[in-house]
Design a protein around this ligand. Structure first.
Ligand SMILES: Cc1cc2nc3c(=O)[nH]c(=O)nc-3n(C[C@H](O)[C@H](O)[C@H](O)COP(=O)(O)O)c2cc1C
Length: 345
């Protein structure tokens, strides 16, 4: 079960990762970014067994399903892992309780500012709370509200994104938040980048896209093939056609679905202007376009019409390989860069 390869790192790497790894209870300060449909028992356990920190993506799962997924993950690893809960889930408080009952040590709240009672319940139940901070003011507020650690995710990331790149977020936030560990996410595809963010003060990194093609990941072979073929320039945010109908930005590989989404928006806009559809109804039609689309791509392999959420680091995904190998490669690159610099190379 324990596939942790003995890896010799530059001792300074261990020092740089010490705080972030201690908080997670892992060997490495590397979180597997929760990815709906992708981050289930197999990938999560593989990452944790390899010394990183796997995170189950709860997504729209109901409490019973989540309990089942946690138990199945615990059967595959005795290492720590976390659960990512979307704050607008209607059963959020129940989901927190499911995590606590299963003695999950870390709960990641995503998709918005978590309600105070959810943070309190998680902490009172003994779990550590990790929150996403999209700006410095919110980072400070989240720490005051009890967040034990933060993730700052740049717009390079796959999935739902904010407007600011990690390059800028890291400069704005890392120097000012020292009370809790801050992990950085978005666009991380090589170890040299990990090293540079650790040196800027990050406690560790969160990576999603690079782990999609892990051998253990259950994503459909078509989904993985799209990642192996994809280049950074193919992973684009959703385009909003008109400001009357706001669109939540999601970074994904372009396909037939993204083209049809533009046509769909144009059609809704035309009907709205012709008085054939009310604004609210039109907005709902636009939001419903992608309903179930990630599942269609990840589970069913429909890479033409499904959603191929992927970050800009997708160009650095070149083959399917075991999770432990991906982690070892990333950390070896970071370690080699550090050693070379010290040697003046
Ligand atoms: C396919 C996919 C699905 C994702 N689903 C979620 C999710 O359900 N919840 C969440 O908080 N983040 C989600 N993310 C974001 C990841 O957790 C992670 O923060 C992001 O992938 C990091 O950027 P990277 O892809 O550039 O490594 C998703 C990302 C991808 C690529």
């Amino acid at each position: 079960m324990d596939v942790l390869a003995p890896m010799t790192l530059d001792p300074a790497m261990d020092t740089l990762m010490q705080r972030g790894a201690a908080f997670l209870g892992t060997r490495y300060a590397v979180l597997g970014g929760a990815m709906s449909w992708v981050s289930e028992r197999n990938l999560v356990a593989a990452l944790s067994n390899a010394g990183a920190f796997g995170v189950i993506a709860c997504g729209a799962m109901m409490p019973d399903r989540l309990a089942e997924e946690i138990a199945a993950t615990q059967a595959l690893t005795d290492k720590p892992f976390g659960v990512n809960l979307i704050t607008m889930h209607p059963n959020l408080m129940e989901l927190v309780q499911v995590c606590l009952n299963a003695r999950v040590g870390h709960i990641v709240f995503a998709g918005g500012i978590p309600p105070g009672p959810a943070i309190k319940a998680a902490k009172d139940g003994g779990a550590k709370v990790i929150c996403f901070a999209p700006a410095l003011a919110l980072a400070k507020k989240l720490v005051r509200s009890g967040a034990d650690a933060l993730v700052i995710e740049g717009s390079e990331a796959g999935g739902h994104i904010g407007p600011v790149s990690l390059t800028v977020l890291a400069q704005e936030i890392l120097p000012h938040i020292r009370d809790v560990p801050v992990y950085v996410a978005g666009g991380i595809g090589r170890g040299e980048a990990i090293l540079s963010y650790l040196e800027m003060g990050a406690a560790g990194v969160q990576i999603g896209t690079r782990f999609v093609c892990a051998t253990e990941c259950v994503a459909h072979p078509n989904f993985k093939r799209a990642f192996i073929r994809g280049a950074a320039r193919d992973a684009l945010p959703t385009v909003q056609l008109d400001e009357s109908f706001p669109v939540i930005p999601v970074r994904a590989l372009q396909n037939e679905g993204t083209k049809r989404f533009l046509e769909h928006q144009a059609e809704v806009l035309r009907r709205f202007k012709a008085g054939e559809v009310a604004k609210d109804a039109g907005q709902l039609e636009i939001e419903h376009f992608w309903a179930g689309a990630l599942r269609r791509a990840v589970v069913d392999g429909d890479v033409e019409n499904g959603s191929l959420m992927a970050g800009q680091s997708v160009g650095m995904v070149t083959k399917e390989q075991p999770a432990a190998e991906i982690i070892a490669e990333l950390l070896a690159q970071a370690s080699a860069a550090l050693t070379a610099r010290r040697a003046g190379a």
